[in-house]
Design a protein. Structure first.
Length: 237
């Protein structure tokens, strides 16, 4: 990473990316055709950059933008049911200043948290390919380098878990760890590196069935916060 790199430069690179033809075609088609509930809105229809506190100790990594959530609003985990669950949980844990995330400019701010994703474009059927994940991996690697206070990486679901393991191996050095995903799993990434944590993705499929509940998510966030010393970035207990 260049010393001149910054989150602003990374954002520009993400927004202008056209590396994956399948994803470019799909994100733009969704933005043209729209959902009936949002016919009067202008969709973002581009790759979605990360969002949050640049001094964050908690970095949350999702799967990819939702078709009518972040692909519409232009901000990660904004404007859909997954966002509603995630942001309400982060607010309850003290990471967000409000419990809702409906649109850019709605006043949402994160403190000590940064939200991003393994893939930056909405994929058909919410299923990016392994090749698309690899194409996006340099963005996540750069992001980790530009978030030097990070002490915990929270991967939402198995796809994000694999992408984060890969990016962390490149960023922090050492051999890529082969660790199976599980809700509540915690993996050390090496001396001085953050801990990697796993959570089920807050998709309606998981939250409506009780696979992931608000209590489960709150408990995990408490464990994560307890893994580093409050007020002392970079130092673990």
């Amino acid at each position: 990473m260049s010393e001149a790199d910054s989150l602003a430069r990374l954002r520009e690179a993400v927004v202008n990316c056209r590396r994956c033809p399948r994803l470019v075609t799909y994100r733009e088609r969704v933005a043209r055709e729209k959902k009936r509930a949002y016919l009067d809105e202008s969709y973002w229809g581009r790759p979605v950059p990360g969002f949050g506190d640049p001094t964050a100790r908690l970095v949350v990594i999702g799967l990819a933008p939702a078709a009518h959530g972040a692909n519409r609003t232009g901000r990660m985990f904004t404007g859909d049911r997954s966002a509603a669950f995630l942001v309400e949980g982060l607010h309850a844990a003290g990471y967000a200043n409000q419990p809702t995330s409906s649109r850019r400019g709605d006043g949402l701010h994160y403190t000590d948290a940064y939200i991003t994703a393994a893939v930056r474009c909405v994929p058909p059927d919410n299923r990016p390919t392994p090749q698309e994940r690899l194409a996006c991996l340099p963005f996540l690697e750069r992001e980790l380098a530009l978030l030097p206070e990070a002490r915990a990486l929270l991967a939402l679901g198995g796809f994000a878990w694999e992408a984060t393991l890969e990016a962390a191996g490149r960023r922090y050095g050492g051999e890529r760890r082969r660790v199976p995903f599980a809700h509540g799993a915690c993996v050390p990434l090496g001396p001085g590196a953050p801990l990697l944590w796993g959570s089920y993705h807050p998709s309606p499929q998981n939250t409506n069935t009780g696979r992931l509940t608000a209590a489960m998510f709150a408990s995990l966030l408490r464990r994560i916060r307890d893994s580093y010393s409050p007020g002392v970035p970079g130092r673990q207990r």
